[in-house]
Design a protein around this ligand. Sequence first.
Ligand code: NAP
Length: 530
Amino acid sequence: MSAREYDVVIVGAGFAGMYLLYRVRRLGMSVRVLEQGSDVGGTWYWNRYPGARCDVESMQYSYQFDDDLQQEWHWPERYSAQPDILKYAQHVADRFDLRKDIDFEMRLASARFDEESAIWTLKADDDKVTNARFFVMATGCLSAPNWPKIEGLKSFTGPTYHTALWPHEKVDFSSQRVAVIGTGSSAIQSIPHIAREAAHLTVFQRTPNYAIPAHNRDMDTELEKEIKAHYTTMRARAKTTPGGLDVAYNQGSIHDATPDERDSAFERNWQRGGLGFMSAFGDLMMDQSANDIAAEFVRNKIRERVKDPQTAENLCPRNVIGAKRLCVDIDYYETFNRDNIELVDVGAEPIEQITSEGVRAHGRLYEVDTLVIATGFDAMTGALTRVDIRGRDDASLAERWKDGPSTYLGLAMHEFPNLFTVTGPGSPSVFSNMLPTIEQHVDWIADCLGHAKSQGYATVEAEADAEQDWWAHCQELGNIGLKTMTDSWYVGANVSGKARVFLPYFGGIPAYFKKCEDVVENGYEGFAFR
Ligand code: NAP
């Protein structure tokens, strides 16, 4: 059977893959998308756990490439729930007739570059082969599930669910004794829902997290009208902020504020809710004493919200606030006031074992009927290294990244010609509003493909020096301030055996976008076309 051939093959039909498909079609290039799931939506297709919701406000977490689309779509809530975001992705797929160019239920297993023909041979799990001139991994930053290394995990006889691989049908927790392992964003969102339904819930917490209330509510239709009337201005303003979010940032130092001014700045952000909490002062992520004040403010809020003082103290994080991505919660702390929930601290003494009947910790067996694993992702690199990608001279990406990744702009790698990554390591990605950042990456990649096509180039490849310089710059920025002082998935510390390297770019959206523009203006500086 001869292999199918396309100018461009995109892996992943999440928001990145969908928009790239739309853009590549317009270049008049043949294109195919390979998607592991049975429909579009990426992260919002897989993460269906109860309570899954975006931590960026709906009016900002949406595409802006098509004004009719952004004008016609109505988000029902301030922060969108997973089913609504999935509905939006499906609407986009229908509106632009995207599905006809997508192979669903096709997982890419390997990709090999042949230097002579300058063609990538992509092999799926079922051995189906697709050939491509250009190949784009649009596989997401938080998409490769991380399973904890706990002895006996497979021996549990009841149902086991990973939040990132949640079943499509509703999971019924009623009259169940449930254990949740993990207290990151996914757990913080799902725990209130599970506790409301289950007979009993035991939460195994290794490290408490800082959660800021979402203050979610129905969409304010007047605000929606106002934003839609000035959408372009709002989107442009968002691009001037470090996180690409239309949020007011105070650049001033907390040390120039009186205690009352500090409290009211934090209180204002607390009442507004969400990820913008750390925008209260400019030095919260630079100076430990500034950070301590913000952290204590949140701890005091936890103490107010949780009735039992010991449970409240156990829920209070002691690490740097903001060094892990903040969580955005709805009723998380109040859930610990219920009488059917128990918090088990496994910070100092890890879970000993999972048995057929439950979870063993502190020498005691917690018997449960259902296990929920909320242990996150092999972030930023996992989705790339889990595919056997071989570039020039059979160079293995996974092997090359054994001691940590390196990329040029988070977009491309030396020795891997014609391969692009969307929001790869070394891009602002997770430090920004993902959807607009995805659009910027896709636009850049599509323009580059168009350039290669119009100039008749067969290959484009990041130059070794450009990659080295960019990666060194990313590491330099990563080491400024307090971001790396806590174990987190930003530094790969959540996956056992993963190299500790700062993965995203922390220079902010304006600097990053400018750099990408400059590269193009300077004749694709740092890229070699052949
Ligand atoms: P996560 O933040 O990595 O949290 C994983 C949790 O599992 C942590 O509490 C971790 O403890 C714990 N854990 C891991 N291994 C363990 C073990 N062996 N024993 C006990 N506990 C263990 O993962 P996540 O909650 O899925 O979130 C990941 C990211 O996805 C978030 O930071 C966010 O960017 C994104 N996300 C966003 C949303 C949203 O939009 N609202 C929702 C969900 C996720 P340690 O902290 O000690 O490692």
